[in-house]
Design a protein around this ligand. Structure first.
Ligand SMILES: C[S@@+](CC[C@H](N)C(=O)[O-])C[C@H]1O[C@@H](n2cnc3c(N)ncnc32)[C@H](O)[C@@H]1O
Length: 271
């Protein structure tokens, strides 16, 4: 038996810790590469870094070092002459592929989140969200005042919902539900996927007013506007009646137990 702290197990443990502790480096690099639009510039092509730097107004040498680092993580392949192409993994960062992860990755690697995580000690000491300490407002109030960041967040949530909706629809049988409400349903990607699979079902998207425009556009474009209503709500105040099932995805985890309880009680009252 291997002694604790020695041999292969110990070196694997040390490597795991090193990877965890330096994980912010590839994440930050991905954020820059996505923001510059490099994966789209490399779609099906190989290009020299000088061309990529010129197209994105980046510094040639700095971009070269970043692309090389991400090559060591399997996102790009470097060829002679400082030329780069996308790997199969890097392809997911393109915006024009059907299974694109770009929207979600653009949100989770956004510098806004890095600033909040840099102040995580505040949360450890107070149990309060760092965002209120760093930006002076709760997350959703902050998003409301920053249209560009709000767009990145909502697109990120839509991309995340698209990643999980196929698995959810395979795992859960929604038949028998006449009207389903998606509470805090973002821009409606998950609700649209459910209504597309169940053509007799009607939907209600319940969201903050400023998020609803994106949802209405989606329902119009996917021919679901007749079957899906949208209502502006504050789920801490009340939840509208009228549905026989209430769905929440990525909602309860946002809140402490007290506030999560209020949302769940308001759903119970609506049923
Ligand atoms: C993490 S996102 C999840 C969005 C969507 N369910 C999804 O999974 O893609 C949380 C959502 O809750 C909404 N939200 C936050 N506070 C709310 C409130 N008081 N009333 C209604 N919706 C709220 C936000 O606008 C946001 O779309």
């Amino acid at each position: 038996m291997m002694k604790e702290g020695t041999g292969l197990a110990a070196s694997e443990g040390a490597e795991k810790i090193r990877q965890l502790a330096t994980g912010y480096i590839p994440a930050a690099l991905l954020g820059v590469i996505i923001e510059l639009g490099i994966p789209d510039l490399l779609a099906e092509k190989i290009k020299p870094v000088s061309e990529l730097a010129a197209a994105t107004h980046a510094n040639d040498d700095a971009l070269y070092r970043m692309l090389r680092t991400l090559s060591s993580f399997g996102i790009f392949t470097e060829s002679s002459g400082r030329r780069f192409s996308l790997t199969a993994a890097g392809r997911y960062l393109r915006s024009d592929v059907p299974d694109s992860l770009r929207g979600y990755m653009r949100w989770v690697t956004n510098s806004f989140l890095f600033r909040n995580y840099a102040d995580l000690m505040y949360s450890a000491q107070t149990a309060q969200p760092a965002v209120e300490h760093v930006f002076g407002k709760p997350l959703f109030s902050h998003l409301q005042t920053c249209p560009e960041l709000s767009r990145i967040f909502n697109d990120g949530m839509t991309s995340f919902s698209q990643m999980v909706s196929t698995a959810l629809l395979e795992a859960y049988d929604f038949s028998g539900i006449k009207v389903i409400a998606d509470l805090g349903g973002g821009q409606g990607a998950l609700l649209a996927a459910i209504l597309q699979k169940y053509p007799a079902m009607h939907g209600l998207l319940l969201e903050q007013e400023y998020v609803l425009a994106g949802a209405r556009k989606r329902f119009q474009e996917s021919g679901l506007a007749e079957r899906c209503g949208t209502i502006a709500v504050d789920f801490f105040q009340s939840v509208p009646t009228g549905a026989d099932a209430y769905l929440m995805k990525s909602i309860i985890h946002d809140w402490d137990d007290h506030r999560a309880g209020i949302i769940l009680r308001n759903c119970c009252d609506a049923l």
